[in-house]
Design a protein. Structure first.
Lengths: 199, 458
């Protein structure tokens, strides 16, 4: 996993509530085992036919936002299905930071595990950032995970917080599975100590 | 000092250790696999040369991508073939029990795991599907995980999880006949909102919950994720035991069942509802929280808060509805009775009771997709399939089908569907599909009437 420290890139405003993982990655895109995750992102919104004809009104198809690496959204982002494909689609497109009013829990975990930073901010702050992103399509935002700060394209700064464990994982870019394997001894001890008759 | 909630009791019994980052390393008693999200995890494992550590605690089933066409075979939906092959092969190599498409137990993962005794009260259960909370109805800590989580559990049989605050949702009162757990659950989602229990584990309690038959409890816990809960539990009781007994699950393990929350248990949040007189519920929007009584009219977005209003306007546009329009009488094209929410025997009974000797309205495509082969056999033994077939419903093979539309089956664009599943998101049941979530009785009533209907009038 690629470490994430600081990103300077355009931000795409998509201020909708409850953006679900079916929207992020429509299930039918999984039909192909080797699917194109970058193309699948928001497919039902991005393409007029759901597959390939771009909707010129959708934010990621507009000039300035095609290279977005930051997404700005409303509340309960990533609700619905637990499919990790949703994060893979964001990451494959190039989005490494999602700024939202709130996140659904499973999505949030999936994001951190895949090196995508979920930043929760109060609604007023999110709306202010979205306004700036709309006013200057393609102008870079700066998201600094080391300092916990965002500077929008107009130069306004806002601080954010994220729990230490998630921050460290994102900064180091470690794969969870490697850390997990180091815990097997403790798990074996737990299994051995379990009272009989337990499941 | 206050006592413990049911959730805390089970959690603490499965805590391997507290991790430095504030998470608990939680031991997983049962890990449930199915083809769609697990094939990738299994492949990554193989490529990395890692082994499945506890195949005896792992269990796999084919459900999401299977065609439900009567007489289905692999050729019914070819894109599923590589997924099914990957799951079958990895299961065989690792020694994981696998319930394949032709197995007499086949069905939707959350339905089959309960009726076969794979999951029992007091267990911790993980599965790469957000509706895993369904199984919490047995009194288990059951939750959805992503692909990375699947890999970790396969390799270690444990997972780091942040311990959630626990919310008590107490429901008092009684449900009128025809009004069921689905209506109750939709009502709670509407009242609590899509994020009402975000980040929480929910424990359902109260007289209305105690009075629910086991299958209704599955429906209720299933839908808790739609108000944000990752875990939902109901304390096991006599009803739990007799349902498991009737399913042929060995009750010997019952001595190890966890007890309900202590009377003085501390909850981080509490909600109480009285549901006497509850009307059948139906969704009008593109989220399960956009719901009202079937007798209500489509709300005016302007009457909702600012953020909700924008979402409601967008939803009405997608759904092809106007504020103030009555829901009852809206013409319906498709009806789907099935899913892990409402694909169990009692759901099919409730739908069949509404159908009786009537016929599906002309032009309506109406499907019954049993949640499992076991459900299908029991329904057939009672002759329910004959009621549906005589009425003009299709009686199909078990699977997820139109709940997630990832098996080649879909609601056509622009069609209005009444569905007993759990998500009415934009494009969920098919691109451009307009989904109204409702109970099996309401779905059956819509199929007969050819429009959204109040099942109490049938
Ligand atoms: S029926 Fe629907 S919600 Fe249930 S497991 Fe299948 S896809 Fe998921």
């Amino acid at each position: 996993m690629e470490p994430l420290t600081c990103i300077e890139a355009p931000a795409a405003p998509l201020l909708r509530e409850n953006i679900d993982t079916d929207a992020l990655f429509p299930a039918a895109w999984a039909w192909d085992f080797e699917t194109d995750y970058a193309a699948a992102l928001f497919a039902n919104w991005r393409y007029l036919d759901g597959r390939s004809i771009e909707d010129p009104d959708f934010v990621l198809n507009r000039n300035g936002y095609r290279g977005a690496r930051i997404l700005i959204a409303g509340g309960n982002f990533g609700c619905g299905s637990s499919r990790e494909h949703a994060v893979w689609a964001l990451a494959a497109f190039g989005i490494r930071v999602v700024i939202a009013v709130s996140f659904a829990e499973i999505f949030r975990g999936n994001a951190i595990a895949n090196g995508v930073l979920p930043v929760s901010l109060p609604r007023a702050s999110v709306e202010a950032l979205a306004r700036a992103a709309r006013a200057h399509p393609g102008a870079p935002f700066r998201v600094d995970l080391v300092r916990g700060s965002i500077r929008d394209c107009e130069g306004n700064g806002v601080a954010f917080a994220i729990e230490a464990a998630a921050r460290e994982r994102l900064l180091a870019g470690v794969d969870d599975i490697d850390i997990a394997c180091a815990r097997i001894a403790a798990i074996e001890r737990f299994e051995a100590a379990r009272p009989p008759g337990r499941h | 000092m206050s006592g413990k909630s049911l959730f805390e009791k089970i959690w603490e019994e499965h805590a391997v250790e507290e991790l430095p980052g504030g998470e608990t390393l939680l031991y997983i008693d049962r890990h449930l696999l199915y083809e769609l999200t697990c094939a990738v995890a299994l492949r990554r494992l193989r490529e990395a040369g890692r082994r499945v550590r506890r195949a005896d605690r792992t269990w796999a089933v084919a459900d999401h991508m299977l065609s439900t066409a009567p007489g289905r075979g692999p050729e019914s939906f070819p894109p599923a073939i590589p997924y099914l092959r990957a799951l079958e092969r990895s299961s065989r190599d690792a020694g994981i029990p696998y319930v394949g498409p032709d197995d007499p137990r086949q069905g939707i993962v959350h339905v089959v795991a309960a009726e076969t005794g794979v999951v029992l009260p007091g267990m911790t259960v993980a599965c790469g599907d957000s509706h895993t909370c369904t199984l919490g109805a047995l009194g288990a800590v059951a939750f959805g995980i992503g692909t990375g989580g699947i890999e970790q559990v396969l390799v270690t049989q444990a997972l780091p999880v942040r311990r959630p605050p626990v919310m008590a949702v107490q429901v008092e009162g009684g449900l009128a006949s025809v009004v069921c757990a689905k209506d109750l659950a939709l009502y709670l989602i509407g009242r609590l909102g899509a994020e009402g229990a975000a980040g929480h584990a929910v424990e359902f309690m109260g007289s209305a919950v105690r009075a629910l038959p086991m299958e209704g409890r599955f429906t209720l816990c299933n839908l808790a994720v739609e108000f944000g809960a990752r875990f939902a539990l109901i304390a096991p009781d006599e009803e739990t035991a007799s349902w498991l007994h009737a399913a042929g699950v060995d009750g010997a393990g019952s001595t190890a069942w966890p007890e309900a929350a202590c009377a003085d248990a501390h909850f981080d949040a509490r909600h109480a509802f009285d549901i006497d007189g509850l009307a059948p519920q139906i969704t009008w929007g593109t989220g399960p929280a956009q719901v009202c009584a079937v007798t209500d009219a489509v709300p005016d977005p302007a009457s909702l808060g600012a953020a909700q209003a924008a979402a409601a306007e967008r939803a009405l546009d997608y759904m092809g509805l106007r504020p103030g329009q009555p829901l009852r009488g809206l013409p319906v094209d498709d009806v789907f009775i099935g899913s892990c929410t409402n694909g169990r025997l009692s759901d099919l009974r409730a739908a069949a009771a509404v159908v009786g000797s009537r016929r599906v309205a002309p032009g309506v495509r109406a499907w019954v997709v049993p949640g499992s082969r076991t459900v299908a056999r029991a329904a057939q033994a009672e002759g329910l399939h004959e009621i549906f077939l005589a009425a003009g419903f299709e009686w199909r093979e078990p699977g997820c089908s139109l709940c997630v539309a990832v098996n080649g089956e879909a609601v056509p664009a622009g069609h209005r569907a009444v569905s007993t599943s759990n998500r009415n998101f934009e494009h969920r049941q098919g691109r451009g599909a307009r989904t109204h979530l409702a109970s099996p009785a309401s779905a059956a009533a819509a199929a007969i009437a050819g429009s959204i209907a109040d099942p109490r009038e049938f």
